[in-house]
Design a protein around this ligand. Sequence first.
Ligand code: GLU
Length: 517
Amino acid sequence: MNKEVRVRFAPSPTGPLHIGGVRTALYNYLFARKMGGKMLLRIEDTDQTRFVENAEQYILEALQWIGITIDEGPSVGGPCAPYRQSERKPMYKQYALQLVESGNAYYAFDTPEELEAMRKRLEAQKVASPAYNAITRTQMKNSLTLPEDEVKRRLEAGEPYVIRLKVPRKDEIRLNDLVRGWVMVHSSAIDDKVLMKSDGMPTYHLANVVDDHLMEITHVIRGEEWLPSAPLHVLLYKFLGWEETMPQFAHLPLLLKPDGNGKLSKRDADAGGFPVFPLDWKFQNKETGKDETWIGFREQGYLSDAVTNFLAFLGWNPGTNQELFTMEELIQAFSIERVGKSGTKFDIDKAKWFNQQYLKNKSGAELVPFLQKELQQRQLNASPESLVRICDLLKERLVFAHDLWNQGAYFFLSPTEYDPQVVTSKWTQEAVTVITSYAAALDKLPSLTAEQAKSTLNEVLEAQGVKMGKVLQALRVAITGVGAGPDLMQIMEVLGKQATVARIQQALTVLNSKVIA
Ligand code: GLU
């Protein structure tokens, strides 16, 4: 029987989640659900200098907004609790000691000054990337170079030390990445990484591998920036005797700047005026002491299902022409085989396109709450039926939900301005004559439907021998103030007879002096 699939999302709470992190979480989630497995959230907070308050809360909220549910994690618990590495601190040391015992790690007592001196020495010798490794460790103060009794004395005296991995000098480390295929790294390219810091905290590498093992993780799905660490992790699995149950790796392609040149950063996003964080992040900048806000997708008016759909396509494709997927459909369609190797451009216009599609596919009634929010802010209101109608009329024209207001404010407020471009080209004497008679004809009707608005207009046009095209835009600008929008007859029906006639009369007065020859 196959083992149950167990995957984890393992963010460090150092700030708001970058959109790349959310994509990693999403792919883990899709894979877990597709395979009928478990999705874990593990908070990797061993680096206390980079800890940011509220970041964990932000991560939880962002995952929830996207629609990712966690099976095991700090907020929901689970059989491998605790799920915060800072709370697991006592568990790691034994594994570091086990590695020392088996000769695969060693104590190092070098002071920061000694490390700096080594770096300078190597630089002077023109060593390309100075590192603590199989060659240089022989010249440093560690349990490989110091006599055994001195090591013992130093440890007993409580001298500060770190534990470093003893990376073999000549070894080929191979791993079969599910996205990238076989990756081979020579051990000389890896330095003797610190596994346990002098404060007794494990480093990322040790904690990550130990936890993936103890939490029985079967697949490590993470961003490509972690690929260089993978050979080191493979060594750790080997040295700890866990090779048999080592998880499979899948490193997701980089997210690139919109122009494709280099990795997407927050700075690129700021320069391009688009968000890279899922939610707004308000925090106090430790350096300046000032409160700062980073704009998020949610607050910019993106729908979470549109963002999910957009993220799913940043590195994966279904192999068909289908672009719109619900979460359930994504789960069914997802496979790691269809994740690409090459970096994917982050194209915010595509995110907008998805948002537009999702808004268009909603019913008028589903959009009403978004419109109501805009109206409340402006202390306006309308009947529930007309709100549904208005949303139905506008939904084809929206990129963001707040465009309901930008596109349709005239449903609630009479125009105070008239698009000058339309006025200077369409407000002709002919149009004014027709519109004047039209207002009078409408006024005689008992009420106003779109149908009647249209047939009445046709009658007036016919009587005066004028074509519809000569008048329609002028009539639209008179009623709405703008040159484009949904079907004008429908707009008139929503506004009602009285308001329509009043608006036309107001326009005839205000634009009296603007009539063109
Ligand atoms: N804590 C790492 C991060 O912040 C986790 C990397 C991994 O998934 O192994 O992304």
